[in-house]
Ligand binder design. Structure first.
Ligand code: SF4
Length: 381
């Protein structure tokens, strides 16, 4: 695979691993007193386990898995609201595939579909737009979900619907932003984080400056990273170099993709279509100020929350606790590892998930399970 193999070269990986081992020794980190490095993005969590980087790096490094999986941080109440919209007879509800199996209070979208709701998987909001054009007598709703990576494409589809005056297209907007929850984690006195591996795809849109506060206000290094094993190893080494040198800066390992100032076209679309919600609920982290986006009044006819009076568009916002015995919140905020959840591999498996972290392609529990964590549970029993 041209342009990917170069980033998986074993000889180059060995050089980076030796560099990391030297830095860990210079810093004096050990298995008993490790450095806690949070990879924010769920895509990075999966890459770390897929390539065994957690086992290849020295024991003086502990990876803490961050909240960067949009499906995982979605509270159950929002899944319930999706189903409430989807079960209306006039609605064709469209979603990306990874949200289909996320459990709500009563059921998942997949179960609602099995019971007769018209729920369809799409690969892009443009597919939903097309459905709206072809089904003028139905209401087509797109489940807008994700961080800054997917926010622009939803915005562009809303702009396009406005240009075409499409009355039967709307978006159930659950777009959220990365920097705000990081501030919450950094303010948490129980979190002992020494540095961050920053998200690659999100930063491609927003650039590197939104992380300046991490270095400036909290004195922690952050390195924006790519997704191949050499990207991640080099990024960890860059974080370690900052720690060794007593520096705290925002560095960009993924400069081949991430422009320092982000993508101006995407940022303009985001600014045109959305405004900040005063607050938004995150699974495991609670309410976080200004961490969610809503559709501006100028585009309100495309806002499914307003159209169907659900969620933040309803009189009363519903709050739903996580199921009994589920530790999604603690895993989500990096306090415990997936294997420490009493349900991991027992009451919660990819076949019968209890929490979103076991379903999503970016979920930490799915990464542990997929790459061998369940065997540790089986061995312990
Ligand atoms: S194992 Fe299941 S219940 Fe436990 S934290 Fe992970 S997703 Fe949640």
């Amino acid at each position: 695979m041209k342009y990917a193999e170069e980033f998986r070269d074993p000889t180059a990986a060995r050089i980076q691993l030796d560099r990391i081992a030297r830095l860990v020794a210079e810093i004096g980190a050990t298995a008993e007193k490790p450095l806690h490095i949070m990879e924010i993005c769920g895509g990075h969590t999966h890459a770390i386990f897929r390539y065994g980087l957690d086992r290849l790096t020295p024991p003086g490094i502990e990876f803490i898995h961050g909240p960067g999986c949009p499906v995982c941080v979605l509270p159950r109440s929002r899944v319930d609201e999706c189903i409430e919209i989807a079960e209306r007879p006039e609605v064709i509800f469209t979603t990306f595939g990874d949200a289909m199996r996320v459990p709500g209070t009563r059921k998942s979208l997949l179960q609602a579909k099995a019971e007769g709701a018209d729920i369809r998987m799409v690969y892009s909001p443009l597919d939903a737009l097309d459905l709206a054009r072809r089904n003028p007598d139905r209401e087509v709703v797109f489940f807008g979900l994700g961080f800054e990576t997917t926010t622009p494409s939803t915005a562009l589809s809303i702009q396009q619907a406005a240009r075409e005056n499409l009355p039967n297209f709307s978006v159930f907007c659950n777009h959220i932003t990365v920097p705000e929850p990081l501030r919450v984690l950094l303010d948490d006195p129980h979190m002992m984080l020494d540095g961050f591996v920053g998200p690659g795809h999100v930063s491609m849109v927003i650039g590197t400056h939104p992380y300046d506060f991490i270095a400036r206000d909290y004195g922690k290094p952050i390195v924006v990273a790519g997704f191949e094993p050499l990207d991640l190893l080099q990024s960890v080494a860059m974080v370690l170099e900052q720690i060794r040198d007593g520096r705290a800066e925002v560095e960009n390992q993924y400069a081949r993709v991430v422009p320092e100032d982000g993508n101006p076209v995407s940022l303009a679309a985001i600014a045109d279509v959305y405004e900040r919600r005063p607050t938004f609920e995150w699974r495991g982290l609670g309410e976080i100020d200004a961490s969610g986006l809503k559709i501006r009044n100028a585009y309100q006819s495309f806002d499914a929350e307003q159209k169907f009076s659900v969620g933040y568009g309803a009189d009363q916002l519903r709050r739903v606790p996580d199921p009994e015995g589920c530790a999604c919140g603690q895993v989500m905020s990096g306090r415990i590892k997936p294997v420490d959840c009493p349900q991991f591999g027992r009451g919660c498996t990819p076949e019968m998930p209890l929490g979103a972290l076991m379903v999503s392609s970016e979920g930490a529990c799915a990464a542990y399970y997929q790459y061998g964590g369940h065997r540790a549970v089986e061995a312990a029993e």
